[in-house]
Design a protein around this ligand. Sequence first.
Ligand SMILES: [Zn+2]
Length: 269
Amino acid sequence: MERVQVGNVEVVALSDGGGAFPATRTYAAAGQAIQQYAHLMDTDGNLLQNFASFLLRADGRTVLVDCGNGPEREGTLLREIEAVGVRPGEIDIVIFTHLHGDHTGWNLERESGQPRFVNARYWVPRADWDRGIEQNREGGSFNRDVRPLDALGVLDLIEGERALTPSLITLPTPGHTPGHTSIVVRSGGEEAYIIGDAFITPVDVAEPEWPTTWDGDPVQTVLTRKMLLARIEMGNHLVGASHLPAPSIGHFVVVNGTRTWRGVRTPGG
Ligand SMILES: [Zn+2]
């Protein structure tokens, strides 16, 4: 867990646990070229990933961005929220960068089917919602964790740029999924970007033109990454990303001509 201040907004990076995925599978289209990033892999050729959520305290509101894999993977998110001193009932808004199952796992109490964050509205990108309804995957995470939000009366579908609070604005960043959405934190002359899965691994940061196997629309993914880089690098703004190495909050920096991820806890960062 890591806390940073962006103007008057408190940004806390939380984790639901970690994972490791073969680099060759993540960048199937890159072929042998992926081996130049062997230094970013473990000894088995895996890229390590965090499953981060972000707790934002802004303008008197408490906002949770994404909510992990959930109980099946014995995630740590609920314990981390508690450790920050926040009770689930204190969260006003749960917002999803997108609706993949590793971002929606703690939405509902499994037994009762009731919202776990009892006083929250759930903000859901409309294009991802529409796709989930259309696919209607039996046993899928959308039908289990997201679809019930409508009947429970806690669903707000969002699109375009919307203010969650005066300091938190949504920014459409499609590509990974059609409705993928980032959150811009803007307060006291400072800015930060919560970018979900727009950049998934440090290889994405170095090679923004290499989409991963998980990106639904590779062409749009690359366009979105370039748009984000232009905005973020103009002011060297802070970045929060779902799966970049823990604590998943840091900066994009250029070292010896290569763009790289530097977490706020990285030595020398
Ligand atoms: Zn993800």
